[in-house]
Design a protein around this ligand. Structure first.
Ligand code: ACM
Length: 267
């Protein structure tokens, strides 16, 4: 199976232009599963709740999801992408997983970063794992990388590949943590980060690129630069992620001792 990541520089607010730009990038490569950044079509730095609401779209009926399904059909591929989701009176920082036949899974970001807490409602759905036939794919978004429970929950739910749309702005922490998330859970991870800057408020945000695909052994299969727009693909064997053994006597999952982790359930 091939998995691909798209590193891009969206123009804030130019939803259709950014979407068509990405679709054109996808058409130049070949992958079974593409991962796009968080909020890939809108940009990131919204000034207010009202502004983010004006860009938010219902899932699956909204134009961005509809266009992604159309692209998935044309490319015979699956696409995971971040977008602001409108659901009743709430707006979530969401990701969708779409295929040729429509939306397969949806995720609403659980761990909101910084000013996102003023703009979005926190996620209210479980971490999703979807079987796309070639692999079981889980989703988490950007800052979720800081919480090992997110990737662990996905892996325990059967994910072989974790799709990780991102808009990373801190020092390259996620490039470190996601290697550990892959290694400790024995899964592939695909982090699609964006590049460029946004300075729509008093804070200038610099997005760090360095998108990467990591193997269940924690090895870097693909690593992109901090600045360039690029799509890149890795050939993987998802069944590698079904073997959690480290040696004949140690297994990342069966060696766990949940009875000693009870504090995690309540605090
Ligand atoms: C982030 O969660 N966008 C840093």
């Amino acid at each position: 199976m091939r998995i691909g990541i798209v590193q891009m520089r969206p123009r804030f607010g130019a939803v259709q232009e950014n979407t068509e730009h990405v679709v054109a990038m996808l058409a130049q490569g070949r992958s079974d599963l593409w991962v796009l950044p968080e909020l890939f079509a809108t940009g990131y730095q919204f000034k207010s709740k009202e502004e983010v609401r004006s860009f938010a779209e219902p899932v699956p009926a909204g134009p961005t999801t509809t266009r992604l399904i159309d692209a998935a059909r044309n490319l015979d591929a699956f696409i995971c992408a971040g977008l602001p989701e409108l659901a009743g009176d709430k707006v979530y920082n969401s990701a969708v997983l779409v295929g040729p036949d429509g939306v397969i899974a949806r995720y609403r970001k659980v761990h909101l970063f910084s000013h996102e807490k003023e703009l979005f409602s926190p996620g209210d759905l479980p971490f999703p794992v979807a079987d796309i036939g070639l692999a079981k794919v889980g989703m988490m978004i950007c800052f979720d990388h800081f919480f090992p429970e997110a990737a662990r929950t996905l892996a325990l739910s059967g994910a072989q590949v974790i799709a990780h749309p991102a808009n990373l702005v801190m020092p390259v922490y996620a490039q470190l943590t996601m290697r550990v998330r892959a290694l400790e859970n024995g899964v592939f991870t695909a982090t699609a980060n964006r590049v460029g800057e946004e300075a729509r408020t008093e804070t200038t945000l610099r997005f760090t690129g360095n998108s990467q695909i990591i193997s269940p052994g924690g090895n870097i299969l693909v690593s992109l630069s901090p600045t360039e727009e690029r799509a890149a693909v890795a050939e993987i064997d998802p069944s590698m992620a079904s073997n959690k053994a480290l040696n004949p006597l140690n297994d990342r999952f069966t060696d766990r001792r949940p009875e000693f982790y009870q504090l995690l359930e309540s605090s």
